[in-house]
Design a protein around this ligand. Structure first.
Ligand SMILES: Nc1ncnc2c1ncn2[C@@H]1O[C@H](COP(=O)(O)OP(=O)(O)OP(=O)(O)O)[C@@H](O)[C@H]1O
Length: 232
């Protein structure tokens, strides 16, 4: 199965959801998707499909709707039209299962300032059901060992971003939705981010990454949202 984010696929009509999951379907399939925020239609007729190991790069100018699309893919906002399916089954049918399979990195780091770096990771590990020992591995993945005992309120912006990213590596998840993951990272932090994404894909994980940076992501496909209206 290959990613198809071609303009033609974005204008496909919305089919009724299949009653039985189709094992031949791509893992993540999006058809005829539209998103409205307030009075403004950000995009419509958007479609793509991603198989295990694939990454969709999401680009477009400020305000074009990248974060909004990620929120819709995460199931946090309902689309104005269209269908999002995981292995042939609409995600809206089982929101809890969708939450379980995804990690959503937003502009907000979600870091608890009163807890140390290690305590933040232990807290997240407990939330995700990951073994507590994974916290140490996650620390190493983003080079946080030296600040492990520092309360998160003292972290620099890049350190806080590294901590938020390290959460991704605590437990495998099928789908990563990453909104500007390289914000505030130095070159070494970017290398660690790329390594984490590569490892995720090597394990069959799917990623949708919104970014303004020219990251060496080797995407399977790119979807560029236009400043106004539909995707280009
Ligand atoms: N809750 C909301 N209500 C109304 N409009 C909103 C809401 N959230 C976002 N918008 C609008 O939707 C549009 C798209 O915002 P979004 O954050 O998705 O863009 P983006 O492509 O991620 O931008 P950036 O590159 O700046 O991060 C913007 O015009 C924004 O003002």
């Amino acid at each position: 199965m290959s990613a198809t984010a071609s303009p033609s696929s974005r204008t496909a009509p919305v089919d009724p959801a299949p009653a039985i999951p189709d094992p031949a379907s791509p893992a993540l399939a999006v058809e005829g998707l539209a998103c409205q925020r307030g009075e403004r239609l950000l995009f419509e007729g958007l479609g793509f499909a991603l198989a295990p190991g694939q990454l969709l790069l999401l680009t477009g100018p400020n305000g074009s709707g990248k974060s909004s699309l990620l929120r819709v893919l995460a199931g946090l906002n309902a689309p104005a039209a269209g269908r999002i399916a995981w292995r042939g089954r609409p995600i809206a049918e089982d929101p809890a299962a969708h939450r379980q399979r995804l990690r959503f990195l937003t502009h907000l780091d979600g870091v608890k300032p009163a807890l140390t770096v290690t305590e933040n990771l232990a807290f997240w590990a407990a939330l995700t059901g990951a073994p507590a020992a994974r916290a140490g591995t996650a620390l190493e993945a983003f080079g946080l060992e030296r600040i492990a005992d520092l309360p998160a309120r003292f972290l620099s912006a890049g350190q806080r971003r590294r901590l938020a990213l390290s959460r991704l590596t605590l437990a495998p998840a099928a789908l990563w939705l990453l909104d500007e993951p390289s914000t505030s990272l130095d070159a070494e932090g970017v290398e660690r981010l790329l390594a984490a994404i590569a490892a995720h894909r090597a394990q069959g994980g799917i990623a949708v990454v919104a970014t303004h940076d020219r990251l060496a992501l080797q995407p399977s496909d790119e979807l560029r949202l236009a400043e106004r209206g539909a995707a280009s």
